[in-house]
Design a protein around this ligand. Structure first.
Ligand code: 6PG
Length: 636
């Protein structure tokens, strides 16, 4: 286990600086009292000549200040030989600070109390016995050179908050903790550090398997030089400012509960735990409710973008209680990707596990987008294209169908290993980590027909039966697909058609869940945070940001209606030709079937109702009776 690091203030002189009226003396005294160290007001050390000059309303010049600053520097040196101390002094120019720092640069800590002219002017005029007339304030602002290395404090904060902030910074505690240094956790640490945040990083110790993970990671990247690395939970938690902000980047599932139990004894009221994994949204709600009576906030957040996104800017989907979110907002929004207007691809999604719910649906939509590209590639291959040619075709689709997944799939088809295309060497069994499964279950539970997501998921499951596929292939002769009578333009249009249906279904699922759980989710804002950083970012998503400002149903938007109508003939042709040629295209086919179903005025469900009534007396309602009355017929 790692050694405990004690967080206390080392011997140092704390200079509190700022223009007259910023509250230096008040804050200095409070801080000295809190830290139990001596306090010195620089004004008490002016020679008589300076005091006279100032009380006549004349500003001091650099010569007047020289001796006085040297006196304060000597005072600091003397104090440092025995103890820390607080010295307040305006120290507006860098050269004044240089005098104060002389010989003690490493032990001198600077705190700058910052406020606007108006704010400070008001303060000074409200005081009765201050010896510096407020008119001098102007000249003070003129000569103020902002210090680069100081702890900057906004004077509009309460004195208590100011003291706590200074204490936290002096103790070198971290603003944000990252628990779990897997691929995503590591990238998020680097992203936070690159954005100037002081972080603590934790990874467990497992003998011979995970040893000094955090320390080794810290030593690999220069941006982590100020980060703290731990493998001891208590030391990690103690290194954080309160209320603590700890982001958990561990495997979803039971591990989260174990980690929560491990952390709990070390946490204090109002601390915030953030689960950034692909956790089940119902579990997030349970964890939220479990931690609430203990005074611990729990934020469940979707994070999308993979390793690179996490490092350079992911899409972040936090949910839970808004007050807790506001406390972590600055961190998440800073590290998130930015949309085309420069706004963060991170927003407070809603209550409970709504953030993880939309991340789950994001993944469902992702499964379909991936499956469609896989089907498209199979069709292009059947048209005689080799992987390079497939990449060339996909490349030409960029203008009309731009998306991250199209881009990476193009690259995948180009990649060679020696003389061979790598993609052709990959075993055709698609894995999954469970989010597509959950989306399908959630759809079924909510009664929403997310048929494309189910189709994409079950295609992955079918792929897993490799041995059976090989065996059954011998029993069934597939037709020769040299008869495939379609153009690449038609394939593109079929692909675009299915993508619109996919996005319709994904957002429909979110909208229904929001309605049933009273989450009040904003679909346009969700589309916006998915325009960058995440796996399903695309030009279609950009369009949906606007579409959802007008409607929650994209198939009522006139431009999308026109597009669907334009693409449908190609979708029909591509799917028919694929079926005739025994090419497996479940998602493309389902997109057509679904649109036909959802646009059918009188569906075949009347037959189902009759059958149910026939064998189970389940009753049915009649079109010629508006009263909602149930009918039963003796069918024999
Ligand atoms: C993302 C991804 C990410 C991960 C999926 C993969 O948005 O960054 O969706 O969360 O890649 O979990 O899921 P499968 O392993 O189920 O394909």
């Amino acid at each position: 286990m790692g050694t405990q690091k004690k967080y206390s203030i080392k011997t140092q002189v704390i200079y509190i600086m700022g223009v007259s009226g910023c509250g230096k003396s008040t804050i200095g005294k409070l801080l000295a009292k809190e830290l139990k160290i001596p306090f010195f007001d620089g004004d008490d050390y002016h020679p008589e000549s300076n005091i006279k000059k100032m009380s006549k309303g004349h500003a001091l010049n650099d010569d007047d200040r020289q001796g006085w600053l040297e006196t304060l520097n000597n005072l600091a040196k003397k104090q440092l030989s025995t103890n820390s101390c607080v010295i307040v002094c305006s120290a507006l120019k860098q050269k004044y600070r240089d005098i104060l720092n002389k010989g003690i640069v490493k032990q001198a800590k600077w705190v700058h109390l910052e406020g606007s002219f108006n704010q400070i002017y008001k303060r000074i005029n409200s005081r009765s016995n201050h010896f510096m007339p407020s008119e001098l304030l102007n000249s003070q602002f003129d000569i103020l050179e902002n210090p680069k290395q100081a702890i900057k404090i906004d004077i509009s904060l309460t004195p208590e908050k100011i003291i706590n902030t200074i204490k936290d910074r002096l103790m070198n505690t971290s603003e944000f903790g990252l628990f779990g240094l897997g691929v995503m956790g590591k990238s998020l640490c680097r992203n936070l550090a690159n954005n100037g945040f002081k972080i603590s990083m934790f990874n467990r110790h497992v003998d011979g398997v995970e040893e000094d993970v955090a320390k080794k990671f810290k030593s690999q990247f220069s941006e982590l030089s100020q980060a703290e690395a731990f493998d001891d939970i208590s030391a990690f938690v103690n290194s954080l400012q309160q209320p603590r902000r700890i982001m958990l980047m561990v495997n979803a599932g039971k591990t989260i509960d174990f980690v929560i139990e491990d952390l709990l004894p070390h946490l204090s009221e109002n601390d915030i735990l953030i689960d950034g994994g692909n956790s089940n949204y119902k579990k997030t709600k349970q964890r939220f409710e479990y931690l609430k009576p203990k005074g611990i906030h729990f934020i469940g957040t979707g994070v999308s973008g993979g390793e690179e996104g996490a490092l350079k800017g992911p899409s972040i989907m936090p949910s839970g209680d808004l007050e807790a979110y506001n406390n972590i907002k600055v961190f998440l929004e800073k590290i998130a990707a930015k949309d085309k207007n420069g706004l963060p691809c991170c927003t407070y999604v809603g209550p409970e596990g709504s953030g993880q719910f939309i991340k789950m649906v994001h993944n469902g939509v992702e499964y379909v987008e991936m499956q469609l590209l896989a089907e498209v590639a199979t069709i292009l291959e059947s048209l005689g294209q080799n992987p390079d040619e497939i990449a060339d075709t996909l490349e030409t689709w960029k203008d009309e169908a731009s998306s991250y997944l199209l881009e990476i799939t193009t690259n995948i088809f180009r990649k060679k290993e020696g003389n061979d295309w790598l993609v052709k060497k990959i075993l055709d069994k698609a894995g999954n980590k469970g989010t597509g499964n959950w989306t399908t279950i959630a759809s079924a539970e909510l009664g929403v027909p997310s048929t494309l997501i189910a189709s994409a998921l079950f295609s992955r499951y079918t792929s897993f039966y490799k041995e059976e596929r090989v065996l059954l292939n011998k029993n069934f002769e597939n037709v020769n697909n040299s008869e495939l009578n379609i153009s690449t333009q038609e394939v593109l249009e079929a692909y675009q058609f299915a993508r619109i249906i996919n996005h319709y279904q994904g957002f429909k699922l979110i909208s229904e869940a929001s309605h049933k759980s009273n989450w009040n989710l904003n679909l346009s804002e969700i589309a916006r945070i998915w325009t960058n950083g995440c796996i399903i970012r695309s030009s279609l998503m950009e369009d949906l940001v606007e579409v959802f400002k007008e409607t929650t149903n994209i198939l009522t938007n006139s431009e999308l209606i026109q597009l669907v109508k334009k693409y449908k003939p190609s979708a029909k042709k591509v799917v028919s030709e694929s079926i005739l040629n025994d090419i497996t295209t479940p998602a493309l086919s389902e997109s057509l079937q679904f649109l036909n179903g959802i646009t059918t005025e009188y569906a075949s469900a009347n037959v189902i109702q009759a059958q149910r009534d026939y064998f189970g007396a389940h009753t049915y309602k009649r079109l010629d009776d508006d009263s909602e009355k149930s009918y039963h017929t003796n069918w024999n």
